[in-house]
Design a protein around this ligand. Structure first.
Ligand SMILES: *Cc1c(COP(=O)(O)O)cnc(C)c1O
Length: 222
């Protein structure tokens, strides 16, 4: 199946109001151009330098989303152009994004990534920690950041009940934390190739689909 066909398959399965982020990390600019020719305009990447390099050679009207864990010393590569950072997961990172966005005279849209999966990954806020952080009011001193919602990754398992539990938790956090923001807090980013239909059932407004569209990734020696 061509990229164009796969894209239409995904699009046709998404209800209105659910945004598709085509996750193009590790894939070539040629493949991204193919998806672009099929009408896709939003692409997700997880490494800042790779994102910047692709931004520089691909059409200007692409919206680039940063979806992977972001180190503070790499924010500078993407701050001038990134459309949405899905992976804002610490106060230190938010402070850095604020500073880099100010330098570029931009307001950068961000999602707060919450850790709900069973795996012990280092990315994502623990919900209690995030609750305290929001209550502290730290974000009110960051005029160059606009928090648009919540992002999360479900447990890597075949057990649909566990995945559903994770998505339902994320949806509940989105509801709870909306109290700290205005009506621009409208995004719930969850769902990947293997689980996006379930994520949509649980209230996702933005799915991040990679391998289903572009095929398996080759990480080389990484
Ligand atoms: C790689 C990645 C995806 C896409 O995963 P697929 O299984 O290829 O669809 C989605 N979200 C994040 C955060 C990723 O790192």
């Amino acid at each position: 199946m061509s990229i164009e066909n796969r894209l239409s398959r995904v699009r046709e399965s998404l209800p209105q109001g659910v945004t598709l982020v085509a996750v193009s990390k590790t894939h070539s600019a040629e493949l991204i151009a193919e998806a672009y020719a099929a009408g896709q305009r939003i692409f997700g990447e997880s490494r800042p330098q790779e994102l910047k390099a692709k931004y520089e050679i691909l059409p200007e009207d692409i919206e680039w989303h940063m979806i992977g864990h972001l180190q503070t010393n790499k924010v500078k590569y993407i701050a001038p152009f990134v459309s949405l950072i899905h992976s804002a997961d610490s106060g230190r990172l938010l402070e850095t994004i604020e500073r880099e966005a100010a330098k570029c005279n931009r307001v950068i849209d961000c999602l707060l990534e919450i850790h709900v999966a069973d795996e012990d990954t280092k990315s994502g806020w623990e919900p209690d920690e995030l609750r305290d952080y929001l209550a502290s009011g730290a974000l009110t001193a960051m005029p160059h950041i606009r928090i648009r919602g919540i992002m999360g990754i479900a447990t890597n398992t075949d057990d649909e009940a566990v995945i559903r539990r994770d998505f339902e938790r994320l949806a509940a956090y989105k509801k709870e934390f909306a109290a700290f923001f205005d009506d621009k807090f409208d995004t719930l980013s969850m769902g990947m190739s293997d689980d996006y239909p379930l994520a949509v059932e649980c209230g996702s407004t933005m799915v991040r689909v990679g391998s289903f569209i572009f095929g398996e990734r080759d990480y080389g020696n990484k």
